[in-house]
Design a protein around this ligand. Sequence first.
Ligand code: GLN
Length: 253
Amino acid sequence: MSNLSLNLVWLYPDLMNTYGDRGNILAFLYRAKKRKIDLKIITVSLKDSSDLILQADILFMGGAQDTQQEIVNKDLFSKKGRFLKEMIEKDIPGLYICGGYQFLGRFYKTSDGKILPGLEIFDIYTESPKTQAKRLIGDLIIKSKLFPNRYLVGFENHNGRTYLGKKVSPLGKVIFGGGNNGKDQTEGMIYKNSIGSYMHGPILPKNPELTDFLIEKALEIKYKKKIKLKKIDDGFEKKAKKQVLKKIKIKFK
Ligand code: GLN
């Protein structure tokens, strides 16, 4: 082991975990281990103490459907939200997928018109159209300013349409798929060191550059200096990405 260690707080793993989101945790563990970083996973759900969140060097929350989202929304609102806000504002890096991403905005309007107030951490809002017929489902490919020469690939499945305000920037531009709302070609969001995205699939195993980006940010915040991760063999990860791009016929970069 190097003497580097990180705590990853995984929010609501029992409720917010769809379409393989757990794979993101496996990717974090794998890539940290390859660099001999001791990555500890701390799970935090309804019954757990909210201040566990304060131990995080990295935060992660996956997606869910509206039923689970309502349960988690109540818990975030009454207990854990303020801890999460404190950490996000303190630049603690995090990844928030789909439903997890939607929560942190100003509000989420369900398809039956109910308004769930958001945590108002990210300057975004989400509305679900009344009909499920227009769900945005399928492969999602974007170009992100974080990695200008590469594509990020994932799989989306959501009804909510997210719109970005001025205080956040998109994670990327949609090349294929729906992204935030199917209209303005934005996908996901960046605020401080937090990333929101509609990419399930899961996102990290197919996009190792993003996993390393979050690990490096977490090390930088914790140890107060830039720590460059050593390169590792990404052969399988590249193959997986290539496969998606081949299906959509975009030349792999
Ligand atoms: N309920 C949300 C939607 O359909 C979230 C879905 C998800 O997290 N996969 O928009």
